[in-house]
Design a protein around this ligand. Structure first.
Ligand code: ZN
Length: 155
């Protein structure tokens, strides 16, 4: 009886908490001071070459990507002192900056998160690095982990 009650309660909780279809961790964003210094370190660690370097002007960063299975590591180097990455480096130093989840519909997911009372940084999606459409959730609503939702529009 107790078991049945727990299962029912769990089902209800799970249903209430399903807010978007996350398929996998798309990438882990890591803030670095210099791609030139960090790329060889990460190539050594991961045993694979950086496959793409891209400047994202709107975010004042240069990014470098590595593949780890279906997940990527995204290194972020600021291109201006105004960049949020420059501010992050100033306050916390190099290290993990954000987690990015792959979702099937980034705008739908952002709208759904807002509807559930979560705080958003982006109300609608914008172009990100590596051909993705992205939107950020506020760390206040995601256990203090800056969270990015990504949709691969080329899929
Ligand atoms: Zn990212």
């Amino acid at each position: 009886m107790l078991h049945k009650f727990c299962v029912l309660k769990l089902n209800k909780l799970t249903q209430n908490n399903i807010i978007m279809n996350i398929t996998h961790i798309e990438h882990i964003g890591v803030a670095v001071k210099s791609l030139e210094v960090s790329i060889p370190q990460w190539e050594l660690l991961l045993g694979s070459k950086c496959y793409r370097i891209e400047e994202v002007e709107s975010q004042k960063v240069r990014t470098a990507f590595f593949k780890v299975g279906q997940t990527k590591i995204e290194l972020l180097e600021p291109t201006s002192p105004e960049s949020t990455i420059a501010k992050f480096l100033e306050n916390k130093g190099e290290g993990v900056h954000h987690l990015a989840y792959a979702v099937e519909d980034v705008d739908g997911s952002l709208a759904e998160c807002e509807e559930k009372g979560m705080r958003l940084i982006d109300k609608t999606s914008r172009p990100g690095a590596d051909g993705l459409s992205i939107g950020f959730l506020h760390p206040k609503s995601t256990g203090s982990v800056l969270t990015e939702l990504c949709e691969d529009k080329n899929k």
